[in-house]
Design a protein around this ligand. Sequence first.
Ligand SMILES: C[S@@+](CC[C@H](N)C(=O)[O-])C[C@H]1O[C@@H](n2cnc3c(N)ncnc32)[C@H](O)[C@@H]1O
Length: 378
Amino acid sequence: MTIKCKVSEYCGGCQYQGIEYEKQLQLKQEAIEKLLSKYGKVNPIIGCKNPLHYRNKVQVTFGLDDNRKVICGNYVPSSHFIVPVDDCLICDEKANEIINSVKRLVIKHHINIFDEHTLRGCLRHILIRSTSQDEYMLVLVTGSPTIRNGDLFIKDILKYNPCITTIVQNINNRHTSMILGDRNINLYGKGYVYDTLYGLEFRISAQSFYQVNKTQTEVLYKTAIKAADLNSDEILMDAYCGTGTIGLACASRCKSVIGVEINRQAIRDAVFNMKNNHIENAVFVSDDAGRYMEKFAKEKSHIDCVIMDPPRTGSDYKFMSSLVKLSPKKVVYVSCGPTTLKDDLRYLTKYYDVKMIQPVDMFPYTEHVETVVSLVRK
Ligand SMILES: C[S@@+](CC[C@H](N)C(=O)[O-])C[C@H]1O[C@@H](n2cnc3c(N)ncnc32)[C@H](O)[C@@H]1O
């Protein structure tokens, strides 16, 4: 079945709209083989059973059209034009409803819209996170700390969207393409949501990274954990650990876990998640992974296995050179950036043999693909 959304030609979100899902998988398989087959056989990609409405995180930008009417949607790629999106095919369906409802209420309450040229005004973006525990977090990203008519606006948002369990205001008045700024104000509820993954419960704050496709995240983690093949004497480093999800899912299989992550809020979530799941053999450190790895290598500390899951931009030389100095027996590289993965493998394969390459489709209808590569010391 071919599915095409009405704004697919303009919206940058899905590059594979109009292409049958089986064909999408084939294209991704070919792309990974082209990049990585010189390092070993690429296993057949693991597809997603439900390739629509899988995203548990949605963000849209607010603006005014030529007639100064409020619009919200995604930027046309490489531009500052907003394509109105009211029924995204890959986002959680209730999140789509919340977006449309918030837009109506923005108009009703005359909420001032942020102007990215003058850096003046209020509402800039909204972000919604949904979880398998049926919790919904709404983040109102504003250029100014004060939302005029804010109390009535929030009251109405909750009245028309009773599924929302928490509302956070995030202030971002910088000239940036980043959605979130540094400051959060809790407007309603706990300020975070809970999700269940791999039998554990995870707290997720507005600013913490969390995988967007729950079903496929479990497939991805299962693949990575199997590749790590841990035993009860081994020490694991979960590098770029986010809220600690991979490390905590591994904790019962190894002696101890060290998680490192640059985002302090994510580390606070990771520490909370460790305690909340009654796990005692993990520590989480807030630091740049490269800097931490370098320090670790200088101290000649011992690690048996590193599971690394860097951002799309990949890892840096500091991290990679310290990794080979530390020389753990096993490295499991989880990557959402195949090109940077290829570059990092070129370096790593001087010291490690590739045992397995497994693509996993976390992002149907987009060109993005996740890959797990398992390496063992030569
Ligand atoms: C792809 S996410 C993976 C997170 C986690 N493993 C998961 O599955 O949810 C990459 C993470 O790396 C973090 N990060 C980015 N640059 C970093 C750096 N230089 N040092 C440490 N962590 C970094 C991001 O904040 C993000 O949480």
